[in-house]
Write a protein that binds this ligand. Structure first.
Ligand SMILES: Cc1cc2nc3c(=O)[nH]c(=O)nc-3n(C[C@H](O)[C@H](O)[C@H](O)COP(=O)(O)OP(=O)(O)OC[C@H]3O[C@@H](n4cnc5c(N)ncnc54)[C@H](O)[C@@H]3O)c2cc1C
Length: 419
């Protein structure tokens, strides 16, 4: 198994994390090597996408990661968590994604969907959800943001929530929700809650935005069949969500007028930054596969990787991955210093989070393509996994606003303009 020193070298000294914190990253890496890497094909149900095989493999490895403590790692001890610190979550996400980006997504959504309650310091909501999240069973959550009228629009702070069409109306002590979400990860299978972005009145702009936790068994909540898609075929489940007069207690709203909007923008920014770990894990896996294959494969009597042109490509893959990881870790550290850099959803930090996400995802896609090129037809084959990583990473670049939208945010961090 990888030594703690080598793990620290990979993460450039792993700032802020103690050796005890790093042990869980090491355990995750060991589990990925031993159990997930050999199951990558089965997680897709094999070449024929057999649902039964995919689901049973997913359940097995999901439980394995819960047993190691991944699901409870970042939560405070008083709720049953392990209270790991520093960038440990980002490192764990990268290691899981090195095995399977969809599995990392499914598990990562819990942290993302809990972020609004955490940001609002809602101890009652944390007390309601965290003890279950920290138990020994696998769980799922959902962050329901995207709507049929658009994903990038809904997330965009410059739109001030005016494009949101899911309406929450206060009736006595309850919010009554009507509307329709598309694509959310975990839709139809989340058992903890659906963190739902609504508006009380789109004309009110930011003042209208409301983030409300909806229980999975709320009457009036229903789902479409899961979407069939290019990658993350079974590991990340996406479907439409329908809200028809869904009533939830008033206190399920995270904060209040104006504050929910700030929390939404912070949550989107942190979701973008969090995506970097998924992309880095997949990129690292493609690099390692290419490194190994070009060592074994001999052409004209020499291993491919000893040819200068190929060594140059491998060198550039490493260079881009390392710069992408440094970029993501740097912005992650900035996001922890609100006093100096502002909230993650404010233009300066949004620029950093969106920029890091777009850059790291572009690197992952480039690395996967280069790995296929170096491996020739073997890279194109299902047997060698790289084509699966390529299919999985493409969505990382697109979700939470695509790469073009991200560049707008980067520019908006430097000067203001209407688009
Ligand atoms: C596997 C998967 C998982 C997902 N998980 C979730 C989830 O957990 N929760 C959730 O709510 N949603 C989720 N989504 C939805 C996803 O986040 C959205 O689809 C995504 O944000 C893009 O929205 P859209 O498809 O409506 O594209 P659009 O918003 O229509 O954008 C289309 C294109 O236009 C570009 N664009 C948009 N606005 C601008 C602009 N102003 N300037 C320049 N270019 C622009 C975008 O970059 C994009 O390339 C998921 C989707 C998938 C496929």
């Amino acid at each position: 198994m990888i030594s703690l020193t080598d793990l620290r070298k990979k993460y450039f000294g792993a700032p802020d994390a103690t050796d005890e914190d790093m042990e869980i990253v090491r355990a995750v890496r060991g589990y990925v090597e031993g159990e997930i890497m050999p199951s990558r094909k089965e997680l897709e149900g094999g070449w024929h996408r057999d649902e039964k095989l995919a689901r049973s493999t997913f359940e097995k490895v999901h439980q394995g990661l819960v047993d190691i403590g991944v699901q409870r790692a970042v939560w405070p001890k008083r709720f049953g968590g392990l209270d790991v610190r520093g960038a440990v979550n980002e490192m764990m996400v990268e290691e899981i994604s090195r095995g399977d980006a969809g599995l990392a997504t499914h598990m990562g959504i819990i942290t993302w969907a809990m972020l609004p309650a955490l940001r609002a310091n809602r101890m009652d909501l944390l007390q309601r959800f965290l003890p279950t999240i920290c138990d020994d069973k696998p769980h799922g959550m959902c962050m329901a943001l995207t709507e049929p009228s658009g994903g990038a629009n809904t997330e965009d702070p410059t739109q001030h929530g005016r494009t949101i069409e899911t309406i929450a109306r206060l009736e006595g002590d309850a919010w009554v929700i009507n509307g329709n979400k598309i694509w959310p990860s975990g839709a139809g299978i989340a058992d903890i809650a659906y963190c739902t972005v609504c508006t009380t009145d789109a004309k009110k702009g930011d003042e209208g935005i409301a983030i409300i936790y909806v229980p999975p068994d709320a009457p009036g909540l229903s789902f479409s069949k899961p979407y069939e898609k290019m990658g993350m075929c079974w590991t990340d489940t996406n479907a439409e969500i329908y809200f028809e007069d869904v009533r939830v207690p008033k206190e399920n709203r995270v904060a209040g007028p104006g504050e929910d909007a700030k929390i939404l923008h912070d949550t989107v920014a942190m979701g973008r930054l969090g995506t970097c770990g998924f992309a880095l894990g997949a990129a690292q896996a493609c690099f390692e596969i290419a490194l190994d294959w070009t060592k074994q494969r001999e052409i004209a009597g020499r291993p491919v990787r000893t040819r200068s042109l190929h060594a140059g490509i491998l060198g550039e893959m490493a260079q881009r991955i390392e710069s992408a990881r440094s970029y993501a870790m740097h912005v992650f550290k900035m996001s922890k210093n609100v006093a100096l850099y502002g909230r993650p959803g404010e233009p300066f930090m949004l620029s950093k989070c969106s920029g890091a996400k777009a850059y790291v995802c572009n690197v992952a896609i480039w690395v996967a393509h280069k790995a296929i090129e170096l491996m020739g037809s073997y890279g194109y084959s299902f047997d060698y996994h790289v084509e699966k990583y390529l299919r999985d990473v493409k969505i990382l670049q697109l979700w939470l606003g695509g790469p073009q939208r991200a560049l707008l945010d980067v520019a908006l961090g430097y000067y203001n303009f209407e688009w």
